[in-house]
Design a protein around this ligand. Sequence first.
Ligand code: ZN
Length: 338
Amino acid sequence: MILSPCTWVAKDGLRCSTMNGLHGLTLSEHLWYEDGNVILVATNQAFRVHRGVLSQHSAVFRDLFTVPQPSSALLVDGCAVVHLADDPLHLEFLLSAMYDRSYLQRIAEVASGILSLSHKYDIESFYEEAIYRLLEDYPVTFDRFRSTEQYFLEPFEAAHHAGSIFIINAARRIRTPELLELLPLAFYLCSLLDGSLLVKGVPRSNGELEKLSADDLLRCINGKEGLMKANAAATMCLGPFTESLADDCKVFETCKKALVAITQDALEADIFSACDALTNIDSWIDEKARKYALCERCAGNIRSVHRDAQKEVWDTLIDIFELREDLPTSTDLAPSGR
Ligand SMILES: [Zn+2]
């Protein structure tokens, strides 16, 4: 990405005067190096960092610093002041990771912020690592999702996945195939959030709120009905129907009675009427099988039928959330597709 320094450097009279002594700006506590030689400004946040560190990580910054500064360019304490049209919190995340690689963590807010700017500033290693971190918690295949512990009935808590709002917003900003591919799961998780969290937004590290766009909020609200129907279909195997039992069951009458008792428990636990159609309830099924003496063959059959039904739900998330036009094609996902 080629950027003209004129768009970066505050050189017009008005901005220079308000920048006098960095008046009105908040200086970063952690990213203000006394020996820094460039001051980055995003909105009202200022960061005093090192050109060498920025150049080492980003060809975009490297190219920028090779362009001679205009004589009218503002200098503060000998540092060029560079204005960036970035979210200051995202810039803080990116710079923090440049100085301390361990900062690049799996927290969705941090990883999504770093993704947005590493894409803009062409920092491929950060981009790849941030995607890798997100994939640890937000798998893109059903098999990986189903074996990811936080999506089991215990300890599944929708509020733990509020970070999916950051992922959706990052995908909307930079629209890279790797991020767009995360949208179906991110929308699924968002639609399970408490209504006020979804509408008012989730807290960001700086105390502001991160919200979905109106269109994406609507997708979540509309998607709830689709998920409810999908869950009702996926949990039919827990209904009192003998076809859920194994063909080779040796204690059919016992298992029939057990299934009726399990259906009753499922009703009481709201398993049929929930929206979280993809929660792994294998351990719940096993517990009830033990409690009501359902044989292992029938328990295995029910688990298997439920799993297959969930795979179908997983595959229809794209339609439930009307994402077909947003998702990358297989060509986009080729290694050179970024
Ligand atoms: Zn049986």
